[in-house]
Ligand binder design. Structure first.
Ligand code: PMP
Length: 304
């Protein structure tokens, strides 16, 4: 059975996990009206640190702005809540989940409900499985497309978006693949169910643009910065599906997925069918941030 941490932050206070409840008529439960973040903390040589906490919380407020949700806490208060749930639960390496949602206070779509806020933290290993980081995963192109830019804004990390992610991820797992990759409404590559994509051609990294209905991930941004710093060229461009089959390397990235090689797509091997040199280098640089091999000159590690 699922194990839960002891403590959670809910509407301004630390509470026992079981007491952080909400009403069944909360707006968010019916209409997907929540915004959230996924953040990781790592054990570093200088102690536990939350990776890019400020950038994640900034995105949370941006997502909330899109849906006219005025969060009743300042960004500093939520940053303090993130640190508090990690400490209170005795965690160091953890996954953090701040969520703000429309609570009980009206049943209409445009109801001005109270905005409830919670922050949970729990231990989480590699999201796509223990072997994923080393061996790479298999993936398929989903039969489900991502939502078009004029339907649901992919740039907001909102609960309702994850209906799309669930369809993509569940279909992939049902068919025996590790993860699903979606095409955007126009037919070009978008992203994974919960991860951004990079393809490697002749040592150059290619990633899909914001116009491809992606969440512009913080891991994606991190890899762009680390790669350029390391002399690896990065381009953002429209990518047709078949490039997945022709790339030397393909990788998925995200807070949960970290930097995961893809070894086969739709049953075709990607490159040599295992993690390639650019992916390996990006893994080294990324995980190096946490074990001290990559100097954090950007101030991305924010101590717990
Ligand atoms: N795309 C989607 C749909 C996601 O859910 C995530 C995970 N938050 C990402 C991309 C990667 O974003 P990040 O690197 O900020 O975690």
């Amino acid at each position: 059975a699922q194990q839960y941490p002891d403590w959670i932050w809910h509407n301004g206070a630390i509470k026992p996990w079981a007491e952080a409840t909400t009403h069944v008529m909360a707006h968010a439960l019916h209409y997907g009206s929540s915004v959230f973040e996924g953040i990781r903390s790592y054990v570093t040589p200088d102690g536990a640190a939350i990776f890019r906490l400020t950038d994640h919380l900034k995105r949370l407020y941006q997502s909330a702005k899109i849906y006219d949700m005025a969060l009743p806490y300042t960004q500093d208060q939520l940053a303090a809540a993130c640190r508090e749930v990690i400490r209170k639960n005795g965690l160091a390496a953890a996954y953090l989940r701040p969520v703000a949602y429309r609570g009980l206070g009206g049943f209409g779509l445009s109801a001005e409900t109270p905005i409830d806020v919670a922050v949970a933290a729990w231990p989480m290993g590699p999201y796509l499985g223990p072997e994923a980081l080393e061996q790479g995963i298999t993936a398929c192109v989903s039969s489900w497309q991502r939502f078009a830019p004029n339907t649901i804004p992919a740039g907001a990390k909102a609960g309702g978006n994850y209906l799309s992610g669930q369809l993509i991820a569940r279909e992939a797992r049902r068919l025996g693949f590790g993860e699903g990759i979606a095409l955007a409404a126009g037919g070009l590559l978008s992203e994974g169910a919960g991860e951004n994509l990079f393809l490697v051609f002749d040592g150059v990294l290619h990633t899909t643009p914001a116009s491809a209905s992606i969440l512009t991930g913080i891991t994606r941004d991190t890899l762009k910065v680390l790669a350029r710093e390391d002399g690896i060229e990065v381009v953002e461009r429209d990518i047709p599906r078949e490039y997945l089959y022709l790339a030397d390397e393909v990788l998925m990235c995200g807070t949960a997925a970290e930097v995961t090689p893809i070894r086969a797509i739709d049953g075709k091997p990607v490159g040599a069918g295992k993690a390639g040199p650019v992916t390996r280098r990006l893994q080294e640089l990324y995980f190096g941030l946490f074990d001290g091999r990559t100097h954090d000159k950007w101030g991305w590690l924010e101590s717990v």
